[in-house]
Design a protein around this ligand. Structure first.
Ligand code: PGA
Length: 250
């Protein structure tokens, strides 16, 4: 079991040409040779800027979404082939903000994961429960349903995805799952990968934690046996915080 941890920044709809340049300047100055894999998932208009800026840096480029379709009359969508033109390695799919504000259901998330793999992009598939679902004791049932939709479609290709457990109540709220709470869900997800994802999926798939991970709590979360990295929103917009999280990973 030698999974290399992945620290992926999710810039969401933040930044701009000038601000992105400054952020990458600071990351470049401090990143050194990280022990983990590092990525930044940037808004689509800045893929070109970041593809240029990340050349030679130990930071991979990611997108925040990907179309389920290969090409054609899908106004506003960005295809996997277009992302590949900018050396995109990762695409977030099924983020709770897209599920909530854009009506993305489990089937669409699964189709997007498949579209990513079809062009050699690794989908970072997000799952997570709302506060109401957690309080009703439904956490495992919810994330199980969300993962099952993807594993059902991908079958033995499930081992190629990255999974991200992002409790919705922890995203952008400053409330983090405790390392124990997160580890329990990660372990359940890994067991499910073993049941449904093909032979080596449980061993291979990196399960990231996301939801108010920051410089202060990263080390404890990343020390859990089934937490293989982080999907970082707010703290990825400050170079010092992002670099501190990278330094806490292995
Ligand atoms: P947060 O966001 O770190 O700001 O909570 C994480 C995410 O939504 O991916």
């Amino acid at each position: 079991m030698a999974r290399k941890q992945l620290i992926a920044g999710n810039w969401k709809m933040n930044g701009g040409l000038a601000a992105n340049g400054l952020l990458i300047d600071a990351i470049e100055a401090g990143i050194g040779s990280p022990a983990c894999e590092v990525a930044v998932c940037v808004p689509a208009p800045y893929l070109s800027q970041m593809a240029d800026r990340l050349l030679g840096l130990p930071v991979m480029l990611g997108a925040q979404d990907i179309s389920a379709f290969a090409q054609g009359a899908y106004t506003g969508e960005v295809s996997g082939a277009m992302l590949r033109d900018f050396d995109v390695c990762y695409a977030i799919v099924g983020h709770s903000e897209r599920r909530q504000y854009h009506g993305e259901a489990d089937a669409a998330v699964a189709a997007k994961a498949e579209a990513a793999l079809a062009v050699g992009i690794l989908p970072i598939v997000c799952v997570g429960e709302t506060l109401a679902e957690r309080e009703a004791g439904q956490t495992e049932a919810v994330v199980r349903r969300q993962l099952a939709a993807v594993a059902g479609r991908l079958g033995d290709r499930t081992g190629a995805i990255v999974l991200a457990y992002e409790p919705v109540w922890a995203i952008g709220t400053g409330k983090t799952a405790t390392p124990q709470e997160a580890q329990a869900v990660h372990a359940a997800l890994r067991a499910q990968l073993g049941e449904t994802g093909g032979a080596d999926a449980a061993d291979k798939v990196r399960i990231l934690y996301g939801g108010s991970m920051n410089a202060a709590n990263a080390a404890q979360l990343l020390a859990q046996p089934d937490i293989d990295g982080g999907l970082i929103g707010g703290a990825s917009l400050k170079a010092a915080d992002f670099l501190a999280i990278v330094a806490a990973a292995h």
